[in-house]
Write a protein that binds this ligand. Structure first.
Ligand SMILES: NC(=O)c1ccc[n+]([C@@H]2O[C@H](COP(=O)([O-])OP(=O)(O)OC[C@H]3O[C@@H](n4cnc5c(N)ncnc54)[C@H](O)[C@@H]3O)[C@@H](O)[C@H]2O)c1
Length: 378
């Protein structure tokens, strides 16, 4: 096993579409976000190839899930883990958690790559970081997988055995609280009543969100997912559910992206009919300026890292031994944070993205000042 904390800079001139440097000298949107540590993990015996990115530990240990995905290239995996770990810093800060931002990716198809030996080898790498990085579940990894990883390291949350399990429901509940707050802002006191909501992706989070919306009395819920079994199950369970081929451009009041990221692009925003966008997917914007396009079109976007923090409130609570009530209050607070962000954006005439970034920056700056004072007092 060998862990290398590294940044490798390309020596030849890169193609224009690629970042100039891999970590330190990037020229894309990640250029502003200097990561603290990036670890490339290779285990010859099992074929494990993983990257762990620790973005920022100002607020606490870097917590974030392990994504297992058949990336087309190492560069693609690196960009994903850098972006996701940066998002985790913002997510935990906005949710008021004493946690930093980290994430890991394992390169490979989760249907074939996840052997017990590979997960144990991965756990040993996580362990080698001594708690600076704490892992959890993500797309491609399950609470059962985490039980195996936990045999090699204590720095795992969201596991079944002795843990809080899958975070899909907590994330869905947080999105629901955010969505309810956003609907009140956009549609008035009636909020969600009488509105049509489109949920894209009905996996661990989306299916639970549909259940919460149906229980809240939403009369029309359009769902899309290539997994026909999942959509049919929901249509069978809830009279309000209609299955459609695509929701991003459907005639809905609210678009809830709960599948993959980067679905908000200049093209998709031009075709949006929803007046509110709020969902669970990470990194929903293809590029930052898509937030400006939505603002200009009068679309109220709840920044992804604000809306989808329910899972990190749950698993962070597991790390710190929070009670069930504390976790539930933390998830419900996502509704208040959404309120605060949307009100600030409206009052100052800025995008919701800028308002949410300001909340994160203020929290990080306050903690840095506190750490500075402690340092001076020594
Ligand atoms: N699970 C959590 O606690 C959590 C927390 C924060 C953020 N997220 C994010 O929320 C999203 C959903 O997470 P999940 O845990 O439900 O994942 P999941 O893998 O259980 O579900 C994703 C679903 O999206 C569907 N899908 C894929 N491509 C699609 C497309 N083009 N259109 C419609 N549906 C499509 C898949 O078939 C699957 O059913 C992910 O982006 C994840 O990163 C999840």
């Amino acid at each position: 096993m060998s862990a290398v904390a590294t940044s490798r800079t390309a020596t030849a001139a890169p193609p224009a579409s690629r970042p100039a440097g891999l970590v330190f000298d990037r020229t894309d949107e990640l250029a502003t976000a200097a990561h603290e540590q990036v670890v490339f993990c290779h285990d010859r015996a099992t074929g494990l190839r993983a990257i762990i990115a620790i973005h920022d530990t100002t607020l606490g240990p870097a917590l974030g899930g392990t994504r297992i995905h058949p990336y087309a290239s190492e560069a693609e995996a690196l960009t994903d883990v850098l972006r996701l770990s940066q998002g985790m810093t913002a997510k935990s800060a906005a949710a008021g958690m004493e946690l930093g931002g980290g994430k890991a990716v394992i390169i490979g198809d989760p249907r074939t790559v996840k052997t017990r030996e590979l997960l144990l080898a991965y756990g040993r790498f996580v362990d080698s970081l001594g708690g600076r990085y704490v892992t959890a579940g993500d797309v491609g990894s399950t609470a059962d997988d985490l039980d195996v990883v936990a045999e090699a390291t204590r720095w795992v949350v969201g596991k079944n055995k002795g843990g809080s399990g899958d975070s899909g429901y907590s994330t869905a509940y947080g999105v629901f609280c955010a969505l309810r707050a956003a609907a009140r802002h956009r549609f008035g006191q009636g909020g969600l009543a009488g509105s049509t909501i489109g949920v894209e992706g009905v996996g661990k989070v989306g299916a639970r969100l549909v259940g919460l919306l149906a229980a809240a009395g939403v009369e029309r819920i359009l769902v899309s997912d290539p997994n026909a079994e999942a959509t049919a199950r929901l249509a069978g369970n809830y009279a309000a559910v209609e299955v459609v081929p695509s929701v991003v451009d459907a005639d809905v009041d609210v678009y809830a992206p709960c599948a993959l990221g980067a679905t908000l692009t200049p093209q998709s925003v031009a075709a949006l009919r929803a007046r509110v966008v709020c969902g669970a997917a990470n990194n929903q914007l293809l590029t930052h300026d898509v937030a400006d396009l939505m603002h200009a079109r009068g679309v109220l976007w709840v920044p992804d890292y604000v809306a989808n923090a329910g899972g990190v409130v749950q698993v962070g609570g597991e790390l710190y031994g929070h009670s069930h009530e504390t976790v539930e209050r933390g998830i419900e607070a996502i509704g208040h944070t959404t309120d605060e962000v949307l009100t600030t954006a409206e009052d100052l005439g800025i995008t919701t993205a800028a308002a949410a970034d300001a909340v994160v920056e203020a929290r990080l700056a306050a903690r840095r000042a506190e750490l500075g004072r402690q340092e001076m007092g020594r």
